[in-house]
Design a protein around this ligand. Sequence first.
Ligand code: SF4
Length: 376
Amino acid sequence: MRFVDEYRDPAAAEGLLERIRALAPQAPSRFMEVCGGHTHTIYRHGLEQLLPPEVELVHGPGCPVCVIPMGRVDDAIALATTPGVTLATFGDLLRVPGSTGSLLDAKARGADVRVVYSPLDALALAVDHPDREVVFFAVGFETTAPSTARTVLRARDDRVANFAAFVNHVTIGPPLRAILGAPDADLDGLVGPGHVSTVIGLEPYRFVVDELATPIVVAGFEPLDLLDAVARLLAQRVEGRCEVENQYGRVVRPDGNPVARALLDEAFVTRPSFEWRGLGELPDSGLALRPELAAWDAEARFALPGRRVADPRACQCGQVLRGALKPWECKVFGTACTPEHPIGTCMVSSEGACAAYHRYGRLSHDVAVTLGRPRA
Ligand code: SF4
């Protein structure tokens, strides 16, 4: 299959691993893969087992469902249980725990919660059901925010008055600044998020190298993409370089997607602050609809609890999202917290590190043998 098979070729993987094994002893490194999609590739293909012991990969905050705080889930449940409201959202958000249960629990109790595959599906629901108020629960980084923007602008242009968006979109720069700028930060490089970068391009990462002295390589999602990104990061360290590098050139353009960015500018403003699960309040990290779009803004049209809710005491998602803890090191991993009965968001989302390790962790060693040599 074009653009898949050639990025899973065992001989090419071995070539990259040889390069990594040659470079790693010169610069033992701890790299963070920012994106949850990368985490899944790493576990699914057993890449950790293929790397030499001088290279450690830790997981980052780039899973949009994982970083949504409990208070915002409570707000979504409040919307879903408002008489006359239909709440539409993506499937993996249904099982994210709020303080009193999930949207799936609310649906079981009779709330009108629908799964959609795009915000435009939610808008179509509103058009088809003029007797209902349809609210789209919007979550995601710059990758998905343009589709929410396009949908709200279309609702405005088509005068669909019974549609609104509950916007929880976030941006990738502030959490990277928070993690790398923390006093206990212990990272030697970032594997940059591929999907987000298709929209924002490379320039927004300039502060990572200029201010935080950390190399970053934006990478694709196939196993060879990630091995190549690790090799490139090691090469930067060994050669004394600190640059923003684009490994995912077949998709990511240096200036990103100007059309998508224009949509973001037209629909959104940056919030002064937004709460992230595990990272707390981060300045300039969330998007909100512009005041002139208030008629389609659920936060302007509905009374929401808006409470800040602490995570359950047993939950260590915050440490997982900062790369301070591996999923299996959480006290409740695989026991009290499972994909069927998640305590934290990292076990819910298809991009969550805990879900990835729970699904592939036991298999990863065997899979690694098919790509190259397993770690001794
Ligand atoms: S095992 Fe569950 S509670 Fe622990 S970090 Fe993962 S998702 Fe959070």
